[in-house]
Design a protein around this ligand. Structure first.
Ligand SMILES: Cc1cc2nc3c(=O)[nH]c(=O)nc-3n(C[C@H](O)[C@H](O)[C@H](O)COP(=O)(O)O)c2cc1C
Length: 397
């Protein structure tokens, strides 16, 4: 529905992440929606990520006299105006043609940073050139079957370093592709299948279709640019050949040896794994199950967080992603030991519904909700958030 019709009905337009969710659904073709929004198999982990927040209730203290609420944090040496980063998501150009460039610009305008995916629709170099800040970058330690074990990974690391990225996030929860049946059923298999009906469906989203046809930001640019891998990696379908079920801790140590800056391991749900990564020199860990897109049945990230924070929180930064849709979710994650959170789908909803302005608005919504939540709780600063602010839902205090 156009903005005009919204206003005519007295509707203020999107004011929550869920509003952007609904708008995004109507803005992109069904195939793309399946890629953005769905998860693996029965999507139990996708649902669990979300429902975990409702099991924790917030304490509140009255008449505490807080005025300014301080929600700034530091991640990898970078001060952020709020504890929210944009998670790496592949092919943001499918949501909106402005893709990762628009998302990273929106993040920095909001005083935070974006983590650029290896599988981005704009290259490492394009995003770096279009932004003021040194953003973060995510690494899939992929192999080009036609070259040596680490050659492709090494080229990604060198390009990311030369382009000026500040911190690297190595994703380790994708040794193979998750079973995203819902995507395949809607044509987003590998490779995607376009039928006349699907083309017709796309035509009902004219703004998306014009952007798609004019800008063609639909393939993983870093891989297309990766010289030797170029021919082999032309289609989304062949990316799967680069995924590596044989990855071991030595490979993580190898990345550590080749990247001088802050290094995070992304996709950890086990405290022993987190400790091992930190022992190998990780600056931090991202407690993540890839937004329920990989192992269905994996534990909700909020449930995995406390043990990991207890094990490594005194010597590493602990980030969390998965299911954050409200400012109060962020508060709960920080109470359970996270330094900051990353959002994936929420900013893709903003992107799909309204381009970079939608991403900025989603971040502002979360900032306002978080600040209001803390004001109502009687907490003045994120530094004060700790487990004692939470109560189990349904139990007397
Ligand atoms: C469409 C989509 C693409 C993604 N692509 C990547 C990726 O390329 N690399 C990566 O490490 N994680 C990827 N993720 C996972 C996100 O980084 C993040 O873990 C997840 O989205 C967090 O859950 P949320 O969407 O509920 O916020 C992707 C997630 C989505 C939704």
């Amino acid at each position: 529905m156009s903005n005009f019709r919204y206003r005519l009905r007295g509707n203020p337009g999107p004011i929550t992440v869920e509003d952007y969710h609904r708008r995004a659904r109507r803005s992109v073709p069904d195939m793309v929606w399946a890629y953005i929004d769905y998860g693996a198999d029965d999507m139990q982990t996708l649902a669990a990520n979300r429902s975990a927040y409702a099991r924790h209730m917030l304490r509140s203290k009255v008449l505490v006299g807080n005025e300014a609420i301080d929600i700034a944090v530091t991640v990898a040496g970078q001060r952020l105006s709020l504890p929210v980063l944009l998670a790496p998501t592949g092919l943001v150009g499918l949501s909106h043609w402005r893709g990762e460039v628009g998302a990273a610009q929106a993040a920095e305008q909001a005083g935070t940073l974006s983590i650029l995916s290896t599988a981005s629709s704009y290259s490492f170099e394009e995003v770096a050139a279009a932004t003021e800040q040194d953003h973060f970058v995510q690494l899939y330690p992929w192999t080009d079957p036609s070259t040596g074990r680490h050659d492709l990974t090494k080229s990604f690391i060198e390009r990311a370093r030369n382009a000026g990225y500040r911190a690297m996030f190595v994703t380790v929860d994708a040794p193979t592709s998750g079973n995203r049946e819902s995507e395949r059923k809607r044509g987003m298999g590998r490779p995607p299948t376009i039928t006349p009906l699907r083309a017709l469906n796309a035509a009902t989203r004219p703004a998306w279709t014009v952007g798609f046809l004019r800008h063609q930001r639909i393939s993983a640019r870093n891989i297309l640019d990766a010289g030797g891998a170029r021919a082999a990696m032309r289609s989304i379908g062949t990316q799967i050949q680069m995924m590596r079920p044989d990855l071991v801790w030595d490979d993580f140590a190898w990345v550590r040896a080749h990247w001088d800056g802050p290094l995070f391991i992304k996709g950890v749900l086990d405290a022993d794994d987190a400790a091992r990564a930190v022992d190998l020199g990780a600056t931090g860990v991202v407690v993540s199950n890839h937004g329920g897109r990989q192992l269905d049945g994996a534990v909700a990230t909020l449930d995995a967080l406390p043990a990991i924070a207890a094990r490594v929180g005194d010597r590493a930064e602990v980030l969390l992603d998965g299911g954050i849709r409200r400012g109060s979710d962020i508060v709960k994650a920080l109470c359970l030991g996270a330094t900051a959170v990353c959002i994936g789908r929420p900013y893709l909803y903003g992107m799909a519904a309204a381009g970079p302005a939608g991403v900025r608005h989603v971040i502002e919504i979360l900032r306002q909700e978080m600040t209001r939540t803390m004001t109502l709780m009687g907490v003045g600063s994120v530094k004060e958030l700790e487990r004692s602010w939470l109560l189990p839902a349904g139990r007397p205090t």
